[in-house]
Ligand binder design. Structure first.
Ligand code: S1T
Ligand code: MG
Length: 537
């Protein structure tokens, strides 16, 4: 077996199911082995940011590592933003990069794609990945690969592997996966006792689930735990889409931007249990009354913190399992009012608002069944909060634009299910071209493009600036050239008809360009903006 095959088999053994990539001359040799070995399928896209986002979405939806394969320099550095997004949002993305071979590096010539030093790229990736290795020693490679992939799984964060091009085909042993660390059972018991005691003393305990619950495949077990503890369950903004299969989420906490009942439930809780929730501003800065983090129970990053006390080295899965054992099998669900979602679009000749889009999509999914959603940043993501729970991938915390379209492709490649993509015009201008890759892979997402001829989210914060105006491109017209079907809709009746038609047209991507006036926001974004302005006044 050669080094690349050994690596690919190890990736597969660690749960990876697919590779997105763009080759280059430093990467051609290992790409050849990816293709000829057939160990994992390779999907090539058009631009490295799209490669990173597609792999990120595949990892999120599959709760398993996914691979982004690129060339040295121009390729890898072009993907930094996607990897940073994955790092911030705890996505197990495996970055593979080609690199110059030993002798090339010694030639004394500057090499093309080299920025400052040959190893600048390695150093740059250290900032956005949790573990790295350069596979320049065949004897060491299996151990290094095992270590790096174990880090990826344990921390649910991106990792970086560099393959010098003279190493790709050298003989190499099989990678033996590292045994997962077993937490100290006494520490685990003490921690569980502490949490249960704290929850039982609380008058109004609440469980908030965060992305780690999904990353570590714990959704079902966490839902069971909540039923046994009789806890109402909410998600944060970033955790939206979690527990979509469990039918038990009370709603999504968004502070001043959310529904008042959910905001009160969370902010008045005296036993807020934050399970795998990233403590970031998009989740918490919009709190009506500041949540005192010292009074919460936080399980995140392999640690549990109660007040001023931290239990280190408590993996989330071990914690949930031990709690399940400890609380017994009796369920005592607490009835709690669920958040309601708008239904029944009035299909008339009125112009469309973003919240109409949510209503129309709720109607569509009720008629045709659930679809996974990939959303970009922008009002489309706030609109997505008005759509009834369905699996959702979105950059809710890092908030990068350009995620939606390639992420949707990642969803379809990973699950085979047809996705719904929500994207703003500004974001579509960044990565919308990736739709041109649908035809050759048979992907057929439904794309809803919010065309407000504007960087509208920015306008809301600084209305006086004209630079937030965008031109109205003919996005619907572009679709045919990219191998899909496009239609522009100006009224609610047209929107409903276009969605219905898209749902029944399979085999080509369906782009619905929704004309929105500048300055019209979804209900949720309007509340968010008003809240942020009020809080910062
Ligand atoms: N560049 C990238 C890659 N990501 C970003 N989030 C930004 C810049 C800043 C930015 C926003 S929101 C926004 C920009 C430029 C405008 C989005 O425009 P569009 O996609 O048309 O959506 P909408 O009109 O609904 O706002 C953030 C959040 O910082
Ligand atoms: Mg816009």
């Amino acid at each position: 077996m050669n080094l690349t095959e050994s690596l690919l088999q190890a990736l597969q053994a660690h749960g990876a199911r697919l590779i997105f990539g763009i080759p280059g001359d430093f990467a051609l040799p290992y790409f050849r082995i990816i293709e000829s070995s057939g160990i994992l399928p390779l999907y090539t896209l058009s631009h490295e940011p799209g490669v990173g986002f597609a792999a990120d979405a595949a990892a999120r939806i599959g709760c398993a590592p996914a691979v982004a394969a690129v060339t040295y320099g121009a390729g890898a550095l072009n993907m930094i933003n996607s990897v940073a997004a994955a790092y911030a949002e705890k996505v197990p993305l495996v970055v593979l990069s080609g690199a110059p071979g030993k002798d090339e590096a010694r030639s004394g010539l500057l090499l093309h794609h080299q920025a400052k030093r040959i190893d600048s790229q390695f150093e740059i990736f250290k900032e956005v990945t949790c573990d790295q290795a350069r596979l320049d020693d065949a004897a060491q490679a299996p151990t290094e690969i095992a270590r790096v992939l174990a880090s990826c799984l344990r921390r649910s964060e991106p990792v970086y592997l560099e393959i010098p091009r003279d190493m790709v085909a050298v003989e190499c042993a099989t990678v033996v996966p590292a045994a997962p660390a077993v937490p100290d059972p006494d520490a685990l018991d003490a921690c569980v006792e502490d949490i249960l005691e704290r929850l039982s003393r609380a008058r109004a305990p609440v469980l908030m689930v965060g992305v780690e619950v999904r990353r570590y495949r714990l959704e079902h077990r966490v839902a069971q735990l909540a039923r046994r503890l009789g806890l109402p369950v909410v998600s944060g903004f970033m955790g939206r889409g979690l527990l979509a299969d469990e039918d038990m989420l009370v709603g999504t906490y968004m502070g001043v931007a959310g529904t008042p009942e959910i905001t009160r439930l969370v902010e008045e809780s005296d036993g807020l249990f934050l399970l795998g929730e990233i403590i970031c501003d998009t989740n918490f800065a919009v709190s009506q009354t500041r949540i005192d983090m010292r009074r919460t129970i936080q399980a995140l990053d392999g640690r549990v913190t109660l007040g001023y006390h931290t239990y280190p080295e408590i993996p989330l899965a071990a914690l949930v399992d031990r709690m399940l054992e400890r609380v017994g099998a009796i369920e005592r669900p607490r009835p709690a009012a669920r958040q309601a979602f708008p239904r029944g679009l009035v299909a008339d000749d009125a112009p469309i608002s973003p919240s109409d889009v949510a209503t129309a999509i709720n109607d569509l999914l009720a008629r045709h069944g659930r679809m996974p959603i990939a959303s970009d940043m922008g009002d489309c993501l706030f609109t997505a909060m008005e759509i009834a729970p369905t699996p959702l991938v979105a950059p809710g915390y890092y908030a990068t634009m350009g995620y939606g379209v390639p992420a949707g492709l990642g969803l379809q490649a990973a699950t085979g299910e047809r996705p719904l993509i929500l994207v703003g015009d500004g974001a579509f201008q960044m990565t919308g071209w990736e739709l041109g890759n649908c035809r050759r892979y048979g992907w057929d997402p439904i794309v809803v493009l919010f065309n407000n001829a504007s960087w509208e989210m920015l306008r809301t914060f600084q209305p006086e600036s004209r630079f937030n105006d965008l031109d109205r491109w003919d996005y619907a017209g572009i679709a045919a050239g990219l191998g899909g079907d496009g239609v522009r809709v100006d009224t609610r009746a047209q929107l409903q008809a276009a969605l219905e038609k898209a749902a029944t047209a399979r085999g080509r991507f369906q782009l619905i360009e929704v004309t929105l006036p500048r300055g019209v926001l979804s209900t949720t974004l309007a509340r968010f903006v008003a809240g942020v302005k009020r809080l910062s006044a």
